[in-house]
Design a protein around this ligand. Structure first.
Ligand code: 5GP
Length: 142
């Protein structure tokens, strides 16, 4: 059911670099590598689960708390008109990476979201975006 060699499992083991935004003992948050809009951020639990259905309730609680916290930072950093929080279960629903995660997707009036999970962004741009969120979170406090 859970394959530890999925891309987020590898990111958690430090095998693949990411533009990190936030980390605590329960979660890791980083910029989506193929962002649907500027500021598209992911939050993942550190313990393995494929998606919503095999996750422990306490893991889900920490994940949504962290998602709210990071989303506030994304809001402050990018000042979008709205923010979509998304989570997909299985390929038919759009899941492409099989380690549970929440998407934080800023939405801007008059601007369509880019296609899901297509076209890797410039790593330098992702790092710059992560820095903006990190700075906003620092101002925001815990
Ligand atoms: P899903 O389709 O499973 O809901 O979302 C997976 C997300 O992971 C996609 O939005 C995709 O852009 C992102 N993603 C896939 N591979 C990588 C990667 O290597 N690095 C980062 N930062 N994001 C990735």
């Amino acid at each position: 059911m859970y394959d530890p060699n999925n891309i987020f499992g590898r990111i958690l083991r430090g095998e693949i670099p990411v533009a990190k935004v936030y980390e605590n003992e329960h979660v890791l948050s980083f910029m989506d590598g193929m962002p649907q809009s500027d500021g598209h951020t992911l939050v993942i639990p550190k313990v393995p689960s494929r998606n919503l259905f095999d996750a422990q309730p306490d893991v889900l609680a920490e994940l949504i708390k962290a998602t709210q916290y990071v989303a506030k930072g994304v809001k402050k950093a990018f000042n979008p008109d709205g923010i979509r929080i998304a989570q997909f279960n299985e390929p038919a629903a759009g899941q492409t990476v099989f380690h549970l995660h929440f998407h934080i997707i800023p939405c801007y009036e008059g601007q369509e979201l880019r296609v899901h999970a297509r076209g890797m962004a410039d790593p330098a741009l992702l790092t710059a975006h992560a820095t903006k969120v990190v700075d906003a979170l620092k101002k925001q406090g815990p």
